[in-house]
Design a protein around this ligand. Structure first.
Ligand SMILES: [Zn+2]
Length: 55
C-alpha cells in the first residue's frame, strides 16, 4: 500500500500487515505518523509522547 505523508507529502509505502493505531515514521521529514484508518489508508501526525510511555 502507498500513501502520502500528511506533513511533507512524501510518498510512503507501508506493509499490508499495517494495523490501526500503528505508528510509522516518515523517512523524509521523520514525523511520527499514526494509522487512523486502514481502508482507505489514512495517516495523521502522531502526538509527541517521548517520555510518556512505561508508567
Ligand atoms: Zn514526511
Amino acid at each position: 500500500m502507498t500513501t502520502a505523508c500528511p506533513e511533507c507529502d512524501n510518498g510512503l509505502t507501508v506493509g499490508s500487515g499495517t494495523r490501526l493505531s500503528e505508528i510509522l515514521e516518515c523517512g523524509d521529514c521523520r514525523s511520527e505518523l499514526e494509522v487512523v484508518s486502514v481502508e482507505p489508508l489514512i495517516l495523521a501526525i502522531a502526538p509527541e509522547a517521548e517520555e510518556d510511555w512505561g508508567e
